[in-house]
Write a protein that binds this ligand. Structure first.
Ligand code: 5GP
Ligand code: ZN
Length: 115
């Protein structure tokens, strides 16, 4: 799939709507359309990268921007500010949208429960 057919690129380009939680020049955070926890966001770089297997050292800064925005999301949580980040890489690992993203999950223990 190229970036023209990519649902996250369409959300980034505002061609389809999503609930936007945060956005800057590099990263957008949206609410997952099918939330699996009380807080379930998707942290998505605006650059179309398929997944962590295809990322290069040129994207170092982009990764830091993703971490920074995750820290902001964490700060906005009520105490105890506990959360999980999860990235599925490859179809067999559960990736269904082939534009890199990290799930940001809070309010549900995904280690002890099913996710
Ligand atoms: P993956 O399965 O690739 O790890 O995660 C993709 C996530 O994107 C899924 O949790 C799915 O619910 C979410 N998703 C798929 N399509 C859309 C959409 O059009 N809008 C939003 N907000 N989330 C979507
Ligand atoms: Zn894309």
């Amino acid at each position: 799939m190229n970036s023209q057919d990519c649902i996250f690129c369409k959300i980034i380009n505002k061609e389809i709507s999503a609930k936007i939680i945060k956005e800057n020049n590099t990263v957008i955070v949206i609410e997952d359309i099918f939330p699996k926890a009380p807080v379930h966001y998707l942290v998505i770089p605006k650059k179309h990268i398929v997944n962590l297997s295809t990322i290069t050292s040129l994207d170092k800064e982009l990764v830091w921007h993703m971490i920074e925005i995750i820290k902001e999301l964490a700060n906005d949580l009520p105490d105890p500010k506990a959360f999980n980040t999860l990235s599925n890489n490859g179809k067999e690992a559960g990736q269904s949208v082939f534009h890199m993203h990290w799930h940001f999950i809070s309010g549900r223990n995904i280690v002890e429960g099913e996710f």
